[in-house]
Design a protein around this ligand. Structure first.
Ligand code: 6GU
Length: 239
């Protein structure tokens, strides 16, 4: 998978050298391009924002640097009559005004061959950037959840981690992708390792029983109890 990121904070993504995703890049499973939006400005101050038309608080990101930066990734625009957005990459603008990211979104994005992320700052990006690139690729506005971040970078990092680990070969043991929170619609069961007693706290005896049926039943019960307690919204409505 190819991933391109446009941002005014390219250093932010240096951490993608580390851990599982760093290994996936070294092995060629993930190819990453991080692009500085300011490299696509043409004034002495490398300006990326301006005041909003119609007034209001804050600043809006200007369309021209975004157009130059995204065209450098996607190629120049084609004549409107030959444009085929469906054939283009998925272009993601992280935004608190977007659809909410979920494990289902991560699974969809993991099937793609090219993702482009445009990290907005300030009060967002001029809407015409979103509108124009919807003719060049499959644009999605995606939010991490109902809270406000200062910019899209942290959100993109979270999305890349969630998507990257679903790419075949990135996580060593594929079974570990199956048995975790959200994959089966429930929260995961609690886990224990040695020693069998720590600070007076024993491991639940069933886990030491060697009875695989009983262990599976206990884990399922724990998943249901935990989900009902902290995330009842994930359970199907009681009939
Ligand atoms: Cl994707 N961006 C920003 N700026 N804030 C957010 C978000 C994204 N998701 C939740 N809050």
């Amino acid at each position: 998978m190819r991933i391109d990121i446009v941002t005014i904070f390219p250093e932010f993504f240096d951490v993608l050298d580390l851990s599982l995703l760093g290994k996936a890049r070294q092995s060629g499973l993930i190819e990453l391009g991080v692009h500085n939006l300011r490299d696509h400005t043409h004034d002495r101050h490398r300006t990326v924002d301006d005041t909003p038309y119609g007034g209001g608080a804050g600043m809006v990101m200007k369309p021209e640097p975004w157009g130059d930066a995204l065209d450098a990734i996607l190629g120049p625009p084609l004549p409107a009559e030959t444009a085929d957005a469906e054939a283009g990459p998925v272009i993601i603008f992280p935004s608190p005004a977007g659809e909410q990211f979920s494990q289902a979104t991560a699974r969809e994005l993991a099937e793609e061959s090219h993702l482009v992320f445009g990290c907005g700052r300030y009060e967002g990006i001029d809407q015409r950037v979103v509108d124009h690139y919807a003719t060049r690729g499959r644009v999605r506005l995606i939010s991490l959840g109902d809270y406000v971040l200062n910019g899209g970078e942290v959100a993109v990092m979270a999305m890349i981690e969630a998507v990257g680990r679903l790419i075949p070969g990135v996580v060593g043991n594929p079974q570990s992708l199956v048995e975790e929170s959200h994959e089966d619609g429930l929260l995961e069961y609690p886990s224990y390792t040695k020693p069998s007693e720590w600070r007076g706290l024993p491991v639940p005896p069933v886990l030491l029983s060697g009875n695989h049926g009983a262990i599976a039943a206990w884990r399922r019960e724990q998943q249901l109890e935990r989900t009902a307690r902290v995330r009842p919204d994930l359970l199907p409505p009681a009939s």
